[in-house]
Write a protein that binds this ligand. Structure first.
Ligand code: ZN
Length: 679
């Protein structure tokens, strides 16, 4: 599971603040359930060369071609449910203002957002607000012509197949079950494993594969690009490739990748894209590694992308990767910041509060940049990360380094959309903290992401005999904690002011305040009353905040203070808080380096999971009054080719006016290539 632990992470920013609002750009597009849909700008696109724009255009088309893959990976009925409800949404002739229809609309919007019937973050199945009888009426009214029927299937048979999937809470209840004592594979309803295959069978299958592999120095990412199924009693991989599973969509991706080749910025980039095509055509994971090495070593191209089966968060065993894509170009001005950080990577490693035995003598291959995304697809859409660090294979990171990015036009959109939403007025202790957040928040947020991605994940080392899988189910949370703590510790270092990354010695305080407030209180807005914290990044934030709160009690470092019946976080001593972050960083690094499972478990279970029900209820109540949504995602701009009368492309233009529903329906019309059932 180290691939999961070492990998990209997504922080969401429902609570950032910064300078003036942008009056002529509509950041907020739609709002429903617990979701808010935003728009992002692509600053600098117009001034790229036509060639770069054409490269971005075809990469962007490739980013959209795989949309159906991710739906199907998340559950075998997801495309059937989506297509059925889209038919209803488009063709229903009854009362579109009725409560049932409105509820169906919200349900469909949620299915689009989550690429399936389970919540994108909590992973629980959605509860539909409309009745089974209503769906029956709708489908009969629409008739068989527009519905995604199997060959020979009638409307009632379709209903019999998908109604339990939508309405019966006990059918496919959770997309991915990540912890517990039961069989995680059988309990998970994602489509990474065929029906009836047990966790033991999966583990045995891959243990045999690993044992048979002679190259233990450069192991492939076993199981990364396939579904594991049992057919006639035999366990076998169905590989996602041209000619294999998901071929119809992958062929379209490859077609667009080929169209990029004439516009590649240089030979290295052309070789990267050709290698990716070869991988999609063969499904060969050694080719994928070769591609990843070419990709990580290209640090000069201005246009860049991620396209493939990359992240393994969705598989409880951390092997199978979801399909995703981002298309981007460098933000040169902001990259000066990350360049300073990566140029000083060794200094940061040498001066961290971690025991010398756990430090890297030589930090290598940290390449960091700030990027502007121009298109999001698959597992990066509509919910998207704000920072990415790839590739995931440990040996490639060790031998060739990693590429770390901060996606600043996304953080900027979060930031702008949150301005004046009342959140900080409700939860922040006083004007002093609020003003500091306004003044420094955008800068210190981005800087924390830079430090987390570019230095945090890459810092430290395992002792020689430590099993990289020693921390098991706790590894993701502890890895995120390690990276966050590294960033937090250094935010307060005079070195950052000296390097010109922060304007003064107080700037870090607003990020400290925000981090602790979020971890102790406000991130609870994402959790239903009575439930524990489950997601790794959230566990990590609570773990850190609670630990420093408890450990600082004797010195009154942080208080939970009441005013007019409301609870607030008050930070009394920032330098001491920094020392506590440093102390915890040293401990988490020790746990990782030594593979101390018991200590790791105690930290996570002791601080990261349980919620004070009284405080939770209060936070939810206060949040409800603000009428905000705790999760956010994005619509993409529409990218169009402009042609002259001879049919030559003369420009690529962006249009920011498309709404959420229009975009989803358009994608389903223009970028849907897979059969409804992919068995
Ligand atoms: Zn991370």
């Amino acid at each position: 599971m180290t691939a999961v632990a070492m990998t990209a992470c997504s922080g969401a920013g429902p609570d950032t603040v910064s300078p003036e609002a942008d009056e002529d750009f509509q950041y907020v597009v739609d709002k429903f359930a617990d979701l808010e849909i935003l728009r992002y700008k692509v600053p600098g696109f117009e001034s790229l060369s036509l060639r770069q724009k054409q490269l971005l255009y075809h990469l962007s088309e490739a980013a959209l071609m795989g949309r159906d893959i991710f739906f199907d990976q998340n559950g075998r009925y997801n495309l059937a449910v989506r297509r059925t409800l889209e038919a209803v949404y488009t063709d229903y002739k009854g009362d579109r203002e009725s409560p049932d229809f409105k509820a169906l609309e919200i349900y469909l919007k949620r299915v689009w957002f989550a690429s399936g019937i389970h919540h994108h973050y909590a992973l629980d199945k959605f509860e539909p607000g409309f009745s089974p009888e209503f769906l029956v009426d709708c489908l009969h009214q629409i008739g068989s012509g527009k519905l995604p029927l199997r060959p020979g299937q009638n409307v009632d048979q379709l209903l019999a197949e998908i109604a339990p999937v939508i309405f019966d809470a006990s059918v496919m209840p959770k997309r991915s079950v990540q912890s517990g004592d039961g069989d995680l594979i059988l309990a998970s309803s994602n489509n990474y494993y065929g029906g009836g295959i047990s966790q033991k069978e999966v583990e045995d299958f891959y243990a045999r594969m690993k044992a048979a592999d002679n190259d233990t120095i450069h192991p492939i990412s076993y199981g990364l690009n396939s579904r594991l199924v049992k057919e006639n009693g035999r366990i076998t991989e169905k590989v996602w490739k041209v000619g294999g599973l998901y071929s119809a969509a992958i062929e379209k991706i490859v077609e667009q990748l080929r169209l990029t080749l004439p516009f590649a910025e240089n030979d290295a980039q052309r070789a990267i894209i050709e290698k990716l095509i070869a991988y999609y055509e063969t499904g060969d994971l050694k080719t994928f590694d070769a591609y990843s090495i070419l990709w990580v070593e290209d640090t000069t191209s201005e246009v860049d992308f991620v396209n493939g089966f990359i992240e393994t968060y969705g598989d409880p065993l951390g092997m199978k990767a979801s399909w995703e894509s981002t298309v981007n170009f460098i933000n040169k001005e902001a990259t000066k910041r990350t360049k300073i950080i990566s140029d000083n990577a060794q200094w940061f490693e040498d001066h961290s509060p971690v025991d010398k035995r756990f430090k890297k003598e030589r930090v290598k291959g940290v390449s960091a940049k700030v990027i502007t995304v121009a298109m999001l697809g698959g597992d990066c859409y509509p919910a998207t990360p704000i920072g990415i660090n790839l590739p995931n294979a440990d040996w490639i990171r060790r031998d060739h380094g990693s590429k770390s990015v901060t996606i600043e036009n996304i953080t900027e959109a979060y930031d702008k959309a949150a301005q004046g939403n009342g959140f900080n007025e409700e939860f922040v202790w006083s004007d002093k903290e609020r003003d500091a957040m306004k003044r420094y928040g955008f800068l210190t947020d981005n800087l924390h992401t830079d430090l987390h991605e570019c230095l945090g994940h890459g810092s430290g080392k395992l002792l020689e005999n430590t099993d990289p899988n020693a921390l098991k189910a706790y590894s993701s949370t502890l890895e995120e904690a390690r990276a966050d703590l590294f960033g937090l510790y250094y935010l307060a270092d005079p070195k950052l002011v000296e390097l010109g990354l922060l304007p003064d010695a107080e700037a870090y305080e607003s990020e400290y305040y925000k981090y602790v407030m979020n971890g102790l209180m406000t991130q609870l807005v994402r959790i239903e009353l009575g439930k524990d914290v489950e997601e790794a990044h959230m566990r990590n934030r609570q773990l850190i905040a609670k630990w420093v709160y408890e450990q600082g009690k004797a010195d009154n470092v942080i208080e939970l203070r009441k005013r007019e019946g409301k609870t607030y976080v008050v930070v009394n001593d920032y330098p001491k808080l920094r020392a506590l972050f440093g102390k915890l960083l040293a401990e988490v690094q020790r746990i990782k380096s030594e593979g101390d499972f018991e200590a790791g478990k105690n930290l996570v279970e002791g601080y990261g999971v349980k919620v004070d029900p009284e405080l939770h209820a209060e936070v939810l109540e206060r949040y409800a009054h603000l009428n905000l949504a705790p999760y956010k995602g994005f619509v993409n701009p529409v990218m169009r080719e402009v042609k002259n009368e001879k049919g030559e492309v003369t420009d690529i233009v962006l249009d920011y006016t498309e709404g959420y529903v229009e975009q989803m329906l358009r994608y389903s019309r223009d970028y849907s290539f897979l059969p409804t059932y992919n068995d």
